[in-house]
Write a protein of this length. Sequence first.
Length: 355
Amino acid sequence: MNYERKQREHSMNGKYIQKVLIIILLMGAVFLAATEYLDKPIEKIGMGKISSANEEYLTNSFNKAVTGFLVLSGIKSGLAVIEGSEVGIGFNLEIGDIVQSVYDYVDIAWKTALAGGTVILLTRLLLQSVALIDHWCLSMMFAALFTFLIVSWFFPKYVKTSRLLKEATFYLIVFSVALYIVLPFSITGAAFLSEKITKPLIEESHQSFENIKEDFSLGSITDSLFPDEQEKDASWFSDLNMKAKYEKAKYRIEELAQYFKEKSKNIAIWTIQLIAGYLFDAIIFPVAFFIILFVITKSILVYLFENRRYQSFKEDIESMMKKYYGSSEKTARKPYRQIPTRHTQKPIAGNKRIF
């Protein structure tokens, strides 16, 4: 008996020492996380390379978006001037209708490049902001875990407080994992899919717009309309050639309209490629990866916490039902005490009932 009691005491002392050591380690983790010392080993296990790769990907994507935006701005400016311009050949000839459809497609592509570059820049700023606050979230997570273990181990009577701290610890763990793992890996996954799927489409569209930039300038279109026209003079011979100039300008305009009609189809295709590429790169790919990784991470943590959320809720509901409805149900089902009457009384052994 004494031997068994000593073993139990030794085991209890060992568990107590183990708990104290865990508490001390958590106190140190709170300090190390707040001072960003824990970020160094996290970076060394691979997260540092992932962060650098994400920064490089977002920087290159933003620079390409800005370059494409500038090219489209030049094309749009030239077409805007042409759209509202008139060509004088002794009378005014409006050519804005010729470039209207092309201008609309270029304007959509211009807005797409602007929106795509803006979202990419916002993503970069988001990652930089996360890098400034993630260690504080990690420190709060260790502090919540530290408080929860103290209450749970040394103050077992405070059940509700312990449950509340467990809830807070769970959410802080989920939030910390999302900042340190889920968000960086979602950008990495988006970069991988972008390299394989959308990057060729975006680069093709930007290069195609770059190739037609000079053809859509005001000077190029004017030269296409009047390639051989010399400076005007006020001679009577110039007035006699008015009809010839009109016929020549009409022919050139028909050629230019046919040229823009052919280009408008290609520009529409390039614009659609830009829209699809930036939509997937800037929104769909990162958001989809983030949701998938977040759901998986949360499911794992819920499993590790033994479905703590649903179990605790179920226990609270059951306790409330038993407390408030159990007593009333017992009262409702409690049998009435039957008052004995002359007809219900049973004869007592050894006595005769006299009626």
